[in-house]
Design a binder for this molecule. Sequence first.
Ligand code: NAD
Length: 297
Amino acid sequence: MTAKILDGRAFAATIRSRVADHVRRLRDDHGLVPGLAVVLVGEDPASQVYVRSKGRQTAEAGMQGFEHLLAAETPEGELLDLIRRLNDDPRVHGILVQLPLPDHMDAAKVIDAISPDKDVDGFHVLNVGRLGTGQAAMVPCTPLGCVMMLRDHLGDMSGLDAVVLGRSNIVGKPMAQLLLAENCTVTLAHSRTVDLAGVIGRADILVAAAGRPRMIPGDWLKPGATVIDVGINRVPGAGDKTRLVGDVDFDSAVAVAGAITPVPGGVGPMTIACLLANTVTACCRINGLRLPEGLTP
Ligand code: NAD
């Protein structure tokens, strides 16, 4: 068997074009422009790249972007004041504080200060609780992208065995909740799981988010399984170059799985597309408007 390759770049482009369509309708029918504020504290080069990319894609979707670049030594109180101003700003529907924050800041306190209705990362405890209890929540972008790709490929997932590898707050746990909401039988595996190969071998759906390069060989997979590889790991490449690989050993997995996301070009591009989708969702909810089809969980 050769797995179908699930192309995240193409699917993310579809999501972005759905977002742009909805943004146009919001502007034409309601005079609204969804606004996304991105806050970056410090000069972490990877974070700067993400923030630039978010700004560019926000503008391309016809939305308004607000960038706040704060020096690394900014006192926590100043960041909290900025978040309060953004909470009160009617032009802003989504607020994202780029993580990680400098050591002198308490990330939980900062996330807690964001209005849950504008929490487009879905990290606020109220949104975590809403997702866990089946209420309308802001859903973290990466798991949202994964479930959209799964739905697009599989349709109804009722009764399928799903294994999520990794129990982080930003990927593993919300992913497990979303699969539960799709009526899968969900196993959340992690670093203390006994017989990981046996657990993964029963999975019709595997979402791998451990951050361990190629730790899952193809012969662990159930033949025909759908594999979503969230892992992004930098490993030595040709000469003195490096390259990105996932948590799944793609070359052996492709011969066993029914479908698989590549790294790069799988889940990665979906995350910013889902951030834009969440901003549109937040704008609609804040204004009491019907939610956009194909952009919400
Ligand atoms: P994390 O380090 O917070 O969590 C990793 C989880 O994997 C932990 O729960 C741990 O128990 C589990 N784990 C680690 N080693 C394991 C092992 N040997 N066996 C079983 N379980 C193991 O990481 P995270 O933030 O959830 O990210 C996971 C991966 O996903 C990383 O590679 C990260 O770069 C990537 N990621 C990608 C995107 C994207 O595509 N946009 C977004 C977020 C994270």
